[in-house]
Ligand binder design. Sequence first.
Ligand code: MG
Length: 390
Amino acid sequence: MGTVTAILVAGGRGVRLGEDAPKPLIALNSRPLFSYSLQTLERSPVIDSIILVCGADWLDYARNQASQWAPEKLIDVTSGGIERPDSVKAGLSRLPKDCNQIAIHDAARPFVKISMISDAVAALDQAHGSVPGLPLADTLRRNEANFAAGTADRNRYVLTQTPQCFHRDVLEKAFQRADQDGFSGTDDASYVERLPGSRIAIVPGDPDNFKITTPHDLERARMMVEASASTDFRIGEGFDAHRLVAGCPLILGGVEIPNPVGLLGHSDADVLCHGIGDALLGSVGFGDLGKHFPDHDPAYKGISSLLLLGKIADLLSAAGYWISNVDATLILESPKIAPHREKMIANIAHALNIAADRVSVKATTTEGMGFEGRGEGVSCRAVVGVKKTG
Ligand code: MG
């Protein structure tokens, strides 16, 4: 039996973040960014040892400080190269003799979960490598000089995250081959894919396991860290109803659903967004939707309610609140919501700047009872959880 070594790649410069420190050293709640994934790797039951590959300019700091987050498993700290593959190779050169499987993780993904590491390593039983893959919520389109040049079937693609896991002999062979051919890839799996017959398993990715690249990502990460430490948790409840009439579009969660009747209202009458927006405002005692977006104000006539949700998310964020989850129920007799649910969730998550797995949209009928049952209107009930940060 061999062992599993994690290589934590922490060589990024963070130029796109506009911060002074190298990216892995940026402070998240008074701790360096790299320490979060380092600690998760330490706690993972499937990882036996850890090698940290850091920037040459903070090698001394890492050697002095890193073991406090991985006291049992950190076996080596080394400096990487300019490019990511050079850093991975620096890690590979330090592997212990008995290591036969490798998990490579980007330190710029601080919120990797222990269960994902377990899934990715377990998948090596059936494959040469494994990667976490996230389904695409948006439409994938080819761009040629800013003109659309075809739409891909997004169901055939995933966004690839880390940890990426490999059998040691396979990864070493893949890097040797790349050296011979002068190949350079953007992730480790792209090296292994070039070996004939190689099989790379895809395990479920996690929206919270995002890579911190932009200042916006960093702000989201800071809010997540502060919120997870906060005990100030609040719940909001919201309700809305709109009348169904001919000649109006039926827009729910920003999705226009073909239907003989649609919802009447001053804005786009998106009752789902209104219920959620009301719940969000209620959770922090900011009044209701009508107070912030009066239905006599021409500025809001016909406006997409997703924009209103975005404004509400900004209000909460400015007041130091982070949205933990949204659970909404649509009450209507028809049409069926299921075919549109995924897109609604993606729209709402995007508007609120939270991961899609924090948004739930359900639907029910009332078995013919009440105004919803008679098809006179659609209503929505929503509950949200928010946490105070900072
Ligand atoms: Mg409304």
